[in-house]
Design a binder for this molecule. Sequence first.
Ligand code: ADP
Length: 243
Amino acid sequence: MITLTNIKKTFGHNTVLDGIDLLVKKGDVVTILGPSGSGKTTFLRCINFLEKADEGEVSIDQFTVQCQKPNRKDILILRQKTTMVFQQYNLFKHKTVIENIMEGLVIVQKLPKEEAKQRSLDVLEKVGLAEKANAYPSQLSGGQQQRVGIARALALNPEVILFDEPTSALDPELVGEVLSVIRKIAEEGITMIIVTHEMSFAREVSNHVVFMDGGKIVEQGHPEDIFLNPKEDRTKQFFKRIN
Ligand code: ADP
């Protein structure tokens, strides 16, 4: 369903992605783990061209874009199939919660306002924030703001949601509520790719774990295999260091 082939990216002399291949099936929850600086976020951003890879191919639902020479229209089509949940939520501060969610539905997807409103309320319900529809982001906790970020991604009904370290900006006591919302969405069968440092969450929520280091995928597989029986030295060392 999603095929990423030979993704390469260099910043100056720094090779950040050194030929990444990944296959994601419909309904998969893939977590990407690895040390800081290993290229996880860059890889995620290359999937929807927030970052343009130098080489490779991104294919979602049989719609294929060559990274080297994408045209603007193809990028827009690809972005309608993917939505990103950011570390820093990226909500519009001067818009209410529901306006934040409706924005993409009305402007990008051209949904009638009433329909957009109803869908926004439905997803707010799903993340447990229906009563905050008319609040402004500044009136919410970080955890609640991130749940709005997730609701906004969900409302667009994408083929895949990309999560870029969704809990790393949060105080520890707020991490749990965001992870439970992601867990709940995962159970509904929505395809997700999640960059995270939350190891126990990754182990529990994903059906496929990718371990990256130095711009390459070192090892990938079922969480139980990767966590309990890693084969590669670099994976073993990584788990040893964080435990
Ligand atoms: P990770 O998510 O695994 O921590 P990143 O993808 O954020 O890794 O970064 C990988 C490497 O790419 C780092 O060395 C980082 O400094 C570099 N990098 C990321 N974005 C840029 C950029 N826009 N310009 C230059 N270097 C960058």
